[in-house]
Design a protein around this ligand. Sequence first.
Ligand code: F6P
Length: 343
Amino acid sequence: MSRVGILTCGGDCPGLNAAIRAVTRKLIISYDFEVLGVKNGYDGLIEGDVQPLSMYSVSGVLPRGGTILGTSRTEPFNVKNGVETILENLKRFEIDSLVVIGGKAAINSANQLSEHGIKLVCIPSTIDNDVYGTDVTLGFDTAVNVATKAIDMIHTTAESHHRIMVVELMGLNSGWIATYAGLAGGADCILIPEVEFTIDETAALLKKRHKRRKFSIVVVAEGANPADVEDYKTSLNKQDALGNTYFCSIGEFVGAELAKRTGMETRVTTLGYIQRGGSPSVPDRILASRLGVAAANKIKNKEFSVVVGIKGNDIIATPLKNVTGKIKQVNPEMYNTAAAFFG
Ligand code: F6P
């Protein structure tokens, strides 16, 4: 009987449990496989921390956020004898193949493991939506809904106090969440890593808008970097009353600079980990179920070293080597559509 290990790696997101459930149920019901849950991402493979997964184990987990297996940001090739230990544990637990659920870093590690002969299939999951080879990653839709709801709520206080409200969203290498939630939330400006911007231009845009409306919403992706500030991170050095130096986020930096250059009262909200939590949206539950079943079928058909994904409404599979080392960035048409509503 074939035995498959499932692990969730990297940043968690809503939909992981729905995917674990889909893989487990499909493998057990359709193919009579045995399934093992690997705890805490690649840590569990290295430490041999595994637990059997049954139909009962995944009962009721579809709507639950997070991951019942736990996760970590451990990358096997950064651990002394990591790969050798993993190979030993796969033999020890008689695991024939793996389903790795995670983002770019997890998939890059999976590619290296596959080059060492480990049979595996990947499911792309991250709220950042920056994994190449799929239109959408697990968790993205839920994060956009959370961020859009937050922007809607910020609107009322911005208007009441005639303020610039800066909302910092997640997305270290790409501005997908900021672009989608900014567009859906009616942001007056969206700043993302993919599109060069300056604080001066942003201030000029808002000053022009304030002749018409006395408040603004500025959405900033955490990886955005203003072109007119030399290495903004070092310039963020702030001293507190006790002389302690501390950094602040891009959102705080942009907020402080806009307040200075527009003379407008400005406040900053960093949404942070709220974007990673909560129950998966319906689209994420459906995507997780489709990708989970697709991954189980790839395992059954011994079609390894691929990342399953969605293109349009079709489930596809892309060779791992064509995905690793790449970042899917926001497409210009989408950003330009959002920009049509700036100011
Ligand atoms: O990878 C998803 C993500 O939420 C990024 O948007 C964010 O920058 C990062 O994870 C935070 O990492 P951690 O959860 O390790 O603090």
